[in-house]
Ligand binder design. Structure first.
Ligand code: AHR
Length: 716
């Protein structure tokens, strides 16, 4: 109640301060808006790397997202105290069974001297204890908000399993384990070891009543770990559903130990340990020129021990323990360095590598000097893995992992958002990394994460870095206000990489208004793409599942580009803007000017109102044009941020001959908060039409809330 009253009072203050504070008020402009593309003026080149993508493990981007693994908590390390994602299956009361996490060292039960670690990575396993067989008892995995069942689909399942000798039962209850327990009572009965024999593997409905796909493996009579593999295929008549679980079960008594339980659906290009097909295709459609990875905060990690551990992400997944991520859940590291590189190759993007630079999210840092050297060496190793000759140590590892040819690599970003490092150590850290990297690899360019324009007090001194990374997460109003910011930048300074940016409106994916903010901002980057050599929207992915009784909400960051659940994926309106902007892009910027663009008043923030800041006017139309020097095609992008039609007159100065026919692609909607969702994935999508009447001067009506891309063809 208190908060509500306070909010009301604030509204009053704002209203009084401004007169009409929150009302959008386009300037009454009777004159026609004019846009001129000036072909008589010299053009600058469009950066060939202008539009890329940024990625990190956030919002279940990989685990429960792009990385196709379907089993949640496959190595049982997500939670030390309970087997998250797992449950006991006990078909009826005839059998008696339980499950328990067994961590690390020996079970400590007399008579069972087997250690349960498989290797240094697989140190925690799940034990199924069946004290009485005869019916179905097993372990079930719920997947990442469900296991997706699709018709005629073959899934690859694998797991480590051992059935062991009997374990004494305590007189007062069921079997014990998992910690020091002292000697068992002498007269305790034991569980019969009947583990050897067929083990059933199924993808089935959550109530266990419908089996969608099944198979069996023959469990060996051995107390040693063994890896089992099988395929499960669904029938052609299966109805697609994510209301399903993965179950491994038995009808015999004994102790069953499981580790690294994995289930993969078909992946893009059938690559083992590969990626979801639908999401990969959506990325390919954006034609990204590069992929910035592995973060973001994910690169830095919550602390020193948990920066992106690229070395332990290499090789078979059996050697990957996962690590503590930066976004509240534990990444499997199934998406390791090699997989990032393969992902780039599959989408046609060049890797843009962020190297851990001695600063983590908890604020800890390593000063430049001898203490930083191991981190610099680690970055050099990582680069060697990516581009080193096969005769080098890390180049040979890459070859052994399946890729003898070096990957393409031109840019290295040193750290992430180091303006947060209040110790001001970045200057020295950047210098040390840069000198070492450029000495060994003179062809590489190092990017500084501190940019003069954003953080003037934290400059990188010394030899000026070639490229600075700027990050902008803004409202659509802020995007509209700042869409012309780069027109004013010094052309003699470093080049700019807009390494993270987004209009943050809509959740979990963005809405149309955000797309209008994005498009306006992108016209600014495109017009200035002599300076803005690269840019990438963030975050790229979001699993849109809300919390269930067993799993938390899937995302941590609102306003993301591509949404999905276990079954399907959809692009936000911002996704379609990304796609359009990169698809319709020439290699030279056509200089443009405008007249009579209507403006609207930007609403004041609560603080602005209280501080009596005067409202400012922001434009309602944004534009950029490029031309393709080979085909001659001209691409004109015009954004109408207003919810009403805006007529424009477009002049092609210096062009006497242009084809009458052109193409117009429009993204628009009725309401600015319209959006796409799992259930309505194509509410806002680009619509292409043929247009006539193109001439050196022609008129158009911009649809309300619209992003418009004109493709014009000048004559010879
Ligand atoms: O994109 C989400 C986060 O925003 C990134 O991890 C971080 O770099 C930025 O602060």
């Amino acid at each position: 109640m208190k908060t509500k009253t306070f909010k009301k009072q604030l509204f009053k203050v704002c209203f009084l301060a401004l007169g009409l504070p929150f009302l959008v008020n386009p300037s009454a402009n009777a004159q026609t808006t004019k846009l001129t593309l000036d072909f008589t003026k010299p053009c600058v080149n469009v950066s060939p790397m202008l539009y890329g993508l940024m990625t990190e493990e956030i919002n279940h981007s990989y685990d429960g997202g792009l990385y196709a693994e379907l089993i949640r908590n496959r190595v049982f390390k997500d939670n030390k105290t309970k087997p998250e994602g797992w449950s006991l299956v006990q078909q009826d009361t005839a059998s008696r069974a339980s499950i328990k996490l067994i961590a690390g060292d020996p079970d400590n039960v007399p008579g069972n001297e087997a250690r349960h670690s498989i290797n240094g990575a697989l140190t925690t396993c799940l034990r199924l204890t069946v004290t009485k067989g005869g019916s179905k008892a097993g372990i079930a995995n719920e997947g990442y908000w469900g296991i997706p069942v699709k018709p005629s689909t073959t899934y690859k399942a694998s797991f480590y399993l051992k059935g062991t000798g009997s374990m004494p039962q305590r007189r007062f209850g069921g079997p014990q384990g998992g910690g020091p327990q002292g000697p068992a009572p002498a007269a305790a009965p034991t569980i019969d070891d009947n583990t050897a024999g067929p083990i059933s593997v199924t993808i089935e409905s959550n109530d266990g009543k419908t089996v969608y796909a099944s198979g069996t493996i023959e469990l060996a009579k051995s107390t040693f770990w063994k890896k089992y593999e099988l395929t499960l295929t669904t029938g052609a008549d299966v109805k697609p559903t994510a209301d399903a679980r993965f179950v491994i079960s038995t009808n015999r008594s004994g102790l069953y130990y499981f580790n690294l339980v994995s289930l993969f659906p078909p992946t893009y290009n059938n690559r083992p340990n590969g990626n979801r097909i639908d999401l990969t295709k959506m990325m390919i459609d954006m034609k990204p020129k590069f992929l910035r990875f592995p973060g973001g905060n994910y690169l830095e990690g919550p602390d020193f021990a948990n920066g992106f551990p690229w070395k332990t992400t290499l090789g078979p997944i059996d050697g990957r323990p996962g690590h503590k991520g930066s976004w509240g859940y534990r990444p499997t590291d199934g998406m390791g360095l090699y997989e990032f590189l393969m992902w780039c190759e599959e989408t046609g993007a060049e890797p843009l590598l962020g190297v851990y630079a001695g600063y983590s999210l908890n604020g800890d840092h390593v000063d430049a000097g001898s203490l930083l050297k191991p981190y610099v060496d680690d970055a050099l190793d990582e680069i060697e893995y990516i581009i080193g000759d096969v005769k080098t140590y890390w180049g040979a590892k890459r070859a052994a992992d399946g890729h003898p040819a070096p990957f393409k690599l031109s840019y290295i970003e040193v750290g992430n958002e180091d303006w947060f490092d209040r110790s001001n150590s970045y200057d020295g850290r950047f210098k040390q990394f840069r000198e070492a990297i450029e000495k060994k690899y003179p062809q590489l360019k190092c990017i500084s994460t501190i940019a003069d324009a954003q953080y003037p007090t934290q400059k990188v001194t010394g030899k000026s870095p070639a490229i600075l990374d700027e990050h902008y997460y803004r409202s659509s109003w802020d995007m509209w206000e700042n869409a012309y910011q780069y027109d004013k930048y010094d052309r003699n300074g470093p080049k700019i990489f807009v390494g993270e940016w987004a209009t943050r409106e809509g959740a979990p994916t963005t809405n149309l208004n955000a797309a209008l903010g994005d498009a306006a901002w992108m016209t600014g980057m495109e017009r200035n793409s002599d300076l803005i050599i690269m840019s990438c929207y963030a975050p790229l992915f979001v699993n849109v599942n809300t919390a269930t009784s067993t799993a938390p909400k899937a995302w941590q960051w609102d306003s993301d580009l591509i949404g999905y659940n276990a079954m399907t994926a959809f692009g936000s309106p911002s996704y379609y803007v990304q796609k359009l902007f990169s698809e319709y892009l020439g290699d030279q910027v056509v200089p443009m000017s405008s007249e009579n663009i209507a403006t609207q008043l930007k609403p004041l923030s609560k603080r602005d109102s209280i501080n009596k800041v005067k409202p400012i006017s922001v434009p309602t139309i944004f534009y950029a044009a490029t031309k393709d020097t080979k085909s001659g095609a001209v691409y004109l992008k015009v954004v109408n941020a207003l919810g009403k039609i805006q007529p424009v007159e477009i002049s092609l100065k210096g062009l006497t001959n242009v084809s009458k026919n052109g193409t117009l692609v429009v993204i628009s909607g009725k309401k600015s908060d319209d959006t796409n969702t799992i259930t309505e994935p194509e509410k806002i999508v680009p619509v292409t039409t043929k247009i006539k009447g193109i001439a050196p001067v022609f008129k158009q009506k911009l649809a309300p809330y619209s992003v418009n891309v004109y493709q014009l063809q000048p004559g010879k």
